[in-house]
Design a protein around this ligand. Sequence first.
Ligand SMILES: Cc1ncc(COP(=O)(O)O)c(C=O)c1O
Length: 372
Amino acid sequence: MADYVVRCRVCGRTYGREYKFFRCLCGGVLEVLVDLGGVSWGVDEGALGIFRYSTLLPSLSRYVSLGEGRTPTIKKFIDGVEVYFKLEYLNPTGSFKDRGSALAVSKASELGVTEVLEDSSGNTGISIAAYAACAGIKARIYVPSDIPVGKYVLIKSLGAEVIKAGSRDDASRKVLMDLSEGNYYIGHTWNPYFIEGTKTIAFEVYEYLRSVDYIITPVASGTLLLGFWKGFNELLKLGLTTSTPKLVGVQACGYDSLSSSVGRVVRSECREGTVLADAIRLTNVPRLPYIAEAIVRSGGYLVVVNDDLIVDALKDLFRMGFTVEPTSAAAYAAFKLIKKELSGRVLIPLTGSGLKYVGGVESPLYKVFLGG
Ligand SMILES: Cc1ncc(COP(=O)(O)O)c(C=O)c1O
C-alpha cells in the first residue's frame, strides 16, 4: 500500500493520516495524495474486493471489505456505437458506493471510530450501514423524508439509526449540526478516502479493457466521476495509459448544479424537477468546482435529462435485462441524446440496483412498468 498525505484543495495545507476532521481548517475540501513514486501496477489476486489494488491505495492498518468491485462489463453495439455497460449495481449492497464505503469505513476503523454519521439519498446510506455493520461500528444515516421505501428498509435492517430530515439538502445540513466529540462524519460528499475507493473502477476498466474513449455517468456529489478522473490520472502518471477518457456528466432537470460551470451543456426540455432520479437530487455539492474542472479537462461536457427520457431509457435497459434503478437510466438517456456524436468505446456504469425499488403501487418501477 502507498504512503499518502491529506491535502486541502483550497489552501494546500497538508495533514497526516491521523487527521479526523472532514474538511480543512480553512473550510476547504480535502483530497488524498498517494505517493506513486516507486509504485508499479499490480493486482493482488488473494485480496478481497477493491483491496486487490492495494498497491495504489493509501496504506491502512485495517481492511473492511464485503467483496465489492470486479463487476462485469457487457459489450453491445447500439446504433453503431460500441457500448460497455459496467454492472455496478451488482456490488454487495447494489451500487458503486460500496467501493467508496470499503475504503472510508476501513479508514474509520483504523481511526478507532465507534459511530459514523452519513447523509445520503439512500444508496450510500445503505452501503455505509453495511460496511459499518461489518466493522462493528454504529451508523447514523440522515436521509430525505421521501427516500424510496426499499432503501429505507434496507438501512434500518442493517442496524443503522435513520433520521428523516426533509430534503436531501436538509439532510446534509442536519448531519453537520449533530456532529460531536463522540462521532465521526464519514459523509461521502466530503470524505477524501471515499474517492480513493471509487477510483478503483478506473483500475478495473484498465485491467479488463485497457482504455475507453467516453464515460457517461450520473453526477450528484461527484464521487464516481471524480473516482474515474483520479484513477485514470494515476494510471497516466504510472505510464500505463497515454490519455484519459472524456467524462460526460449527467444530471437531471432541477438539479443541474454543474450547468453554469462546465463549458458545454446538452439539455433536454425541463418543465419540472426530476422525481424519478432520486439519487441525484442534490444541489449543495462541496466538490462542485473540481467536478466541473475534471469534466472540462477531460474534454467532456454535461447532459441534462428529463423524466420522460429517463422512463424511456429505463424501459430500454430492462429490455436488455439490466435491473437498474431510475438514476442509472439517466446515463443511458444521456447516451441516447448524444450518441450521434460519439465514436470509439463508450463506457456506461449502471450505478444502482432496481431491486431496491420493487414494492407497492407507489414504487417508481410499478408505475413505469405496471401502471398502465
Ligand atoms: C445509483 C446512483 N447513481 C449515481 C449517483 C451519483 O453519484 P455521486 O454522488 O458520486 O455523483 C448516486 C449517488 O447517490 C447513486 O446512488
